[in-house]
Design a protein around this ligand. Structure first.
Ligand code: PEP
Ligand code: MG
Length: 590
């Protein structure tokens, strides 16, 4: 039966494929396709892993058979019986074989997929005792996974695929897998999402998340249709269901009829044609009709994203979210050399164009690790995040500052500091930067000059621009947070997503003032929040005087298309009227 689920549109386009349900706790498991001649070996890997767990339980049973009821209560022996029974369950065994042999899933992926299928059946059971066996099933799956991987972190397994193997698998994708796959999950952390960047999925759906949550931002950077905040989707959609992800409308259609499929197939092809047309603008300079030069920069998460930025025609990186180097590493933060190499790689990738490295912005919906998610604090978005986190750990911050300074010896580097609100934070940051230079001098290590910038993403910062203009060479407006903090709504919470309003008069006033003050003082100013890559706002921002936009590479050509059709001079009066309107949204649409 066809039904649709409404969520928030995150990344454009249409994806049509089969659903792959992934439990949030298991997204770190490797997901890749194998070749036909690897099928037997993958099935064998699961068998060996399963047998290892069975042996372990048998050993335990033998040990406790010598114990009295006090040390080995009856519940424990009963539990072991249940685990053995689950491990030998035909549905589990046959299901895993099916995913490996028929769908060419790697062993871990097949095992967790079948786990999801059976777990769903447990969820639907009336009997509470049987329902609770789901936890046992999860436990034994976890054990089999560990036994298969020799306890190695599944994350490491997923990301340490050799380039040869990756290329081989990409090839396999084209040759052996004819049906695109849509990942459906309750929630994905930004670092989970990043892990899927080179993955097999053609679309994403999550139950939770706001339009500018960091999970959504990473999904958008992948340029794959995605819908977040599609509540209950991970419950309503079943493993292997056919789904359509309409990333333009924010709708997921489950089990579509032939007519609906044909309609969306047509729209999908139309989208491809439109993209093809836009690609003709790649080498066209971004000039408005009245000759104003506009700088279109890229937002990146990892050094290797620089290649995509160049391919999209970016003239530099306006925001390198360096925190993605720090996430999902079980607290093992990258050292100075590792960071230096990463920043250098981004610079090399940009082939001499400038790279704006933002100092680490950990906290809120970007925890260092999923386990470290800041649920302990009531308002993590107002807590120890971004520069606050950095200043709380000067050694960590100095390490990053030295790495950035060293990278600056190899190209044009701008350093951008997130979430500043106090003059004292600015002074502390600058003094730590001096200290980092002194440390490098002492070691005799070369470093280069930096242009220094601050993010304007807290209303307090936008209201004390003089201080920022005194200390910084340029400012970058983070509209995602500026909107969140001005309107007091959590950007990651889909239940207040309808209040997330870039056209709210207060937001527009702060954005417009920042642009105007920077322009009149001759300081660089750009917008690097999602608003910059939304073609619905290009004309307004141009009219407000903005000439530098930083966005996901996938959006650059569409924004360029808007720039080429705009007369910035004429847009000025219209933008002012929107700004002064009681209801800017109405004036904007008029
Ligand atoms: C912003 O807040 O607009 C921004 C660009 O930073 P982030 O989205 O990483 O918080
Ligand atoms: Mg921000």
């Amino acid at each position: 039966m066809t039904f649709s689920i409404h969520g928030l549109a995150v990344a454009r386009g249409i994806a049509i494929g089969r659903a792959v349900l992934v439990a949030s706790s298991r997204v770190n498991v490797a997901h890749y396709f194998i070749s036909n001649d690897e099928v037997a070996a993958e099935i064998e890997r699961v068998r060996v892993g399963r047998n290892a767990v069975v042996d372990e339980i048998h050993r335990l049973q033998r040990t406790i058979s010598h114990m009295g009821p006090k040390e080995a209560p009856h519940e424990l022996t009963a539990l072991m019986d249940v685990h053995l029974m689950l491990l030998q369950d035909e549905e589990l065994i046959q299901g895993v074989k099916h995913w490996i042999a028929d769908r060419l899933y790697n062993a871990e992926w097949a095992l967790t997929t079948q786990l999801e299928v059976i777990a769903r059946q447990f969820d639907e059971m009336e009997d509470e005792y049987l329902r609770e066996r789901k936890a046992d099933l999860e436990q034994i799956t976890e054990k089999v996974l560990a036994a298969m991987n020799g306890k190695a972190s599944p994350m490491a397994h997923a990301t340490l695929r050799s380039p040869r193997r990756a290329a081989q698998q990409d090839l396999l994708l084209e040759t052996t897998v004819d049906v695109p796959l849509i990942l459906v999950a309750h929630d994905l952390s930004p670092s989970d999402m990043l892990q899927f960047k080179q993955s097999v999925f053609a679309g994403f759906v999550t139950d939770v998340g706001g339009r500018t949550s960091h999970t959504a931002i990473v999904a958008r950077s992948m340029d794959i249709p995605a819908v977040v905040g599609a509540r209950m989707s991970s419950h309503l959609i079943r493993q292997d269901d056919w789904v359509i992800v309409d990333g333009d409308a924010g709708v997921v259609i489950v089990d579509p009829s032939a007519i609906v499929l044909a309609e969306y197939g047509f729209r999908q092809r139309q989208g491809e044609i439109d993209r093809g047309r836009l690609s003709r603008l790649l080498h066209t300079p971004a000039l408005t009709l009245d000759g104003q030069k506009v700088e279109l920069l890229a937002n990146i998460e990892m050094p290797d994203d620089a290649a995509g930025a160049i391919r999209a025609g970016a003239v530099g990186v306006g925001l390198f979210r360096s925190e993605f180097l720090f996430m999902g590493r079980n607290g093992n933060l990258p050292g100075e050399d590792e960071q230096y190499e990463a920043y250098r790689r981004a610079l090399d990738g940009m082939q001499g164009l400038p790279v704006t490295i933002r100092t680490v912005d950990i906290g809120s919906d970007k925890p260092l690790d999923k386990a470290a998610r800041d649920d302990a604090h009531l308002n993590p978005a107002l807590g120890l995040r971004a520069i606050r986190w950095s200043l709380a750990d000067p050694d960590m911050f100095l390490t990053q500052l030295r790495a950035i300074l060293r990278a600056a010896a190899h190209g044009k580097v701008n350093m951008l500091v997130p979430m500043l609100a106090h003059a004292s934070e600015i002074r502390q940051t600058l003094s730590l930067l001096d200290h980092a230079r002194a440390q490098l001098d002492k070691r005799g290590v070369p470093y280069g000059p930096l242009q220094l910038g601050a993010m304007i993403e807290i209303p307090a910062a936008a209201l004390m621009l003089d201080v920022f203009l005194k200390y910084f060479d340029f400012l970058s407006i983070g509209t995602n947070d500026l909107i969140q903090y001005t309107l007091a709504i959590d950007r990651a919470d889909e239940s207040v997503a309808h209040l997330y309003d870039p056209l709210h008069p207060a937001v527009l006033r702060l954005v417009a003032d920042t642009i105007e003050r920077c322009n009149s003082r001759g300081k660089g100013v750009s917008v690097c929040g999602e608003m910059a890559g939304d073609i619905g706002f290009t004309r307004l921002l141009l009219g407000l005087g903005l000439r530098s936009f930083s966005m996901h590479p996938a959006q650059i050509l569409a924004v360029k298309h808007e720039v080429l059709r705009a007369d910035a001079g004429k847009l000025q009066a219209w933008a002012r009227s929107v700004l002064e309107a009681e209801d800017p949204a109405a004036a904007f649409a008029a």
